[in-house]
Ligand binder design. Structure first.
Ligand code: SF4
Ligand code: SF4
Length: 308
């Protein structure tokens, strides 16, 4: 017994894009032969096995008898081999299904605020990953021009995880080839506890000085709380503020003062901007997050404010 289908019918039945079905046929995940017209034929047992993988009942008549609930089900259960094109293997797309579903519709490109800057186009990044052009992507500046705002992903009708892909590309670059300030900031933060390497004594002196100014500027009795055990809120700081715009910190503090908030800043590892996120350095990111968690525990705070 055999099972005849059109690509569009099988796609509808299993709730995946028709390109996905074509890719499965090409890669041999679906063992089907092309038949007359645009039809394909597969063994009934193979069709049953595919249904089993998706946890659904076989359709006796694929042209009428399909389960609309399956449209909600994505095809993550089906393990496909990495697609090889011109002997290139794609490894950036860990889950083959999301990349294979890209329609090349360009919605991501129209949503991207920097689309066109030096030729950047999120759709091209996705296609390059799908085609296994990994060396080219790793060498490209596009992933580094991206702000990782996520607008492309939000707009994508097929839920392609574009930001995750871009971050993955960044993580694969040799660290000494990561664009200057980002990697330097990460290294500096790991070494000195903040991205700009501000010495502890300078930071503490500045906090004290700003606190005194604020007390004279309408917040009588104000003193900047540093390492205040048991404060409710732990406030982290973007190092650019103490470095270049210290007065900006006072706006937050005025609000805390007016709200009678219980808050504090840690004397160490106070950086609130984790550039490991942007450089694709998971280990560094984890370390920096871990330090903030340690500060929360050490000072027994119950809430955290990240300025970014
Ligand atoms: S919006 Fe999604 S489906 Fe369309 S081209 Fe971009 S990644 Fe592909
Ligand atoms: S995440 Fe990057 S590629 Fe996507 S819209 Fe933002 S800047 Fe563009």
């Amino acid at each position: 017994m055999t099972y005849e289908f059109k690509v569009s019918e099988l796609a509808r039945e299993f709730g995946v894009h028709r390109n996905t079905i074509r890719n499965w046929i090409k890669s041999g995940s679906i063992k089907a032969e092309s038949g007359p017209g645009r039809q394909y034929v597969m063994k009934w047992e193979d069709y049953q096995a595919l249904c089993e993988k998706f946890g659904r009942k076989p359709c006796l008549n694929p042209r009428q008898d399909y389960d609309p609930a399956m449209l909600q089900k994505i095809s993550a259960d089906v393990a496909l081999p990495p697609l090889a094109i011109n002997n290139r293997k794609k490894t950036l797309c860990k889950d083959p299904t999301w990349a294979d579903t890209c329609l090349t519709c360009g919605t991501c490109a129209s949503a991207c605020p920097i689309s066109g800057v030096d030729g950047l186009d999120p759709r091209k990044i996705v296609r390059m990953a799908v085609l296994g052009l990994e060396d080219e992507l790793l060498a490209s500046e596009w992933p580094w021009k991206c702000t990782m705002c996520g607008k492309c992903e939000e707009a994508c009708p097929m839920n392609v995880e574009i930001v995750q892909l871009i971050r993955c590309i960044r993580s694969r670059r040799d660290r000494d080839k990561v664009p200057g300030p980002i990697h330097k900031g990460v290294s500096m933060c790991l070494e000195r506890g903040n991205n700009l390497g501000i010495p502890k004594e300078d930071f503490l002196f500045l906090l004290e000085e700003l606190g005194e100014e604020l007390a004279e500027e309408g917040c009588p009795g104000f003193a900047t709380p540093v390492d205040a055990y048991g404060a409710r809120l732990l406030v982290t700081v973007n190092s650019k503020e103490p470095f270049a715009e210290p007065d900006d910190m006072k706006w937050w503090w005025k609000i805390f003062y007016a709200a009678d908030e219980s808050w504090t800043i840690s004397a160490d590892n106070w950086e609130g901007v984790n550039w490991g996120l942007f450089s694709g350095d998971d280990e560094a990111m984890k370390t920096i997050v871990g330090r903030i968690v340690n500060n929360l525990r050490r000072l027994n705070c119950s809430a955290l404010l990240l300025p970014e």
